[in-house]
Design a protein. Sequence first.
Length: 127
Amino acid sequence: MAGKCHDTVLDNGLNAGLKSLATHIYICSSEPTDFADATTTKALGNKNFGAGAALTGPTARTPNGRKVTTVAVTDGAVTGTGSATRWALVDSVNSRLLVDNDLAAAQAVTAGNVWSMPSFDFGIPTS
């Protein structure tokens, strides 16, 4: 039998552990293993939203659980040339890689240009 986790528990994890701490979204050349990897070694660009402004929510997740949604990036700075394959949400204040995952498709980027990415969800299922 599966257990139940109250929305308050899920929301506090998403709020305190992710939404309130995330400052930047980075695009990376490959999977980062830590903050330095995401922000320097494998970084190809970033968007600085400031603490608490990169995500909205939490709201209900389908089919169950809770989710936060990233703010769409329309004017991210490309800082390196290469193929972006991953995104990473970081907490620059505390030097933490919070979460990362694959981009929907690899994107060739060139230093000095601007990158964009539609909003997307990150959630916690309850079962």
